[in-house]
Design a binder for this molecule. Sequence first.
Ligand code: HAM
Length: 414
Amino acid sequence: LSAPLNAPRGTQDVLGEEAIARAALEQRARKLLESCGYERIETPAFEATELFARGVGESTDVVQKQMYSFQDGGGRSLTLRPEGTAPICRAYLEHGMSRRPQPVKLWYLSSFFRYERAQAGRYRQFWQVGAEAIGSDDPAVDAELILLLAELLDELAVSDSRLRISSLGTHATRAAYRERLTAHLRAHEQELSSDVRERIELNPLRAFDSDHAGTRAAMASAPKLLDALDDVDREHFAGVRTLLDDAGLAYDVDHTLVRGLDYYTRTVFEYESPALGAQRGVGGGGRYDGLIAQLGGPETPGCGWAAGVERLLLAGDAPPLAPPPVDLFIGYGDPARERAAFGLARDARRAGLNAQLELAGRSLKGQLKHADRLGAQILALLEDEGTAIRDMHSGEQVSVVDEAALAEILRRRR
Ligand code: HAM
């Protein structure tokens, strides 16, 4: 006999309490996001590889190392989505959403795929809840999104989270800044860690992320992107901060905040939770004013965030929502009553009750035990003389022959 198979590394089955907690998270996220006018969107689990190469950026770790790419039977190169923003911008273009009132506000809760070293809080298939607002560059969009994520963290009882924000300016500002930063790194090449040195051209901003002592020392005197912003971007960032200040939201401006995806312009932000250990990032995002043009559309601003569902649940402490009660359990002793039990369950469900019926041929005693285990409120036992109704709490038994009387009892139970 061959050994039983397990789920692939970095993936997980979601069941039991975990499934209940996720359902509660989804319910809370939906309520919050839909109350702010965000509409649910679902995009395919895989897309043309080129979408991520162009959208997320060739130089990013995500595109270079983490994509699950494959050729389908028709020879197309496809990739399991590593993130949601590029697919949603693709959908915005494909469905002509620029004709709608702007910004178009969309939210999602979907699974994503990245080939990463699996560890606590880091998976190869993970879920994100995310929000994107496309079509307006107003700083109020950024501020509203940042506050919305704060609200969600609050709702999920993720406490002690820290918010870092920064602005990356436009791609042009960043390109000019990159040159100056690259020159600075070249001038300090000897002090840098080897992986930073190797990536000077590819991704010099990453040097700010390094834990390497020499690199950190060299970065202390490096030019700062925040100092290089032009007036328009500086004003935009100030506009976002004013609204956050008005809302009383605490944050740190961190000029070293680097996000792992290339499409960001202007505002970037990240919430961290100390409860998460090494994988502290619970959610983050920013503005991506150049992404839609990058994908072949007209210049269209956008802003959004995504938060990891597993990390939200790890860091959060929200009480689970109670599972729906079982109003009625239908049992029977004589197998010939199965069809009647089946019909009664259907009627009860149509009347709005949560009903279950015996499905495993248990003995009457076993059925009683099972109904108790499910926490059923009432038990209906189909017998030859009629239907015996038992109140599972009081143990009181009322025999009812009449269907109308049974329906009445069920109604009163609601
Ligand atoms: P991201 O920072 O790559 O951004 O991912 C967002 C969140 O997803 C992270 O903060 C983390 O909680 C979770 N996450 C990422 N990778 C993993 C993993 N391997 N295992 C578990 N959780 C993970 C984005 O994906 C952008 N699309 C966010 C965005 C939306 N920016 C603008 N709009």
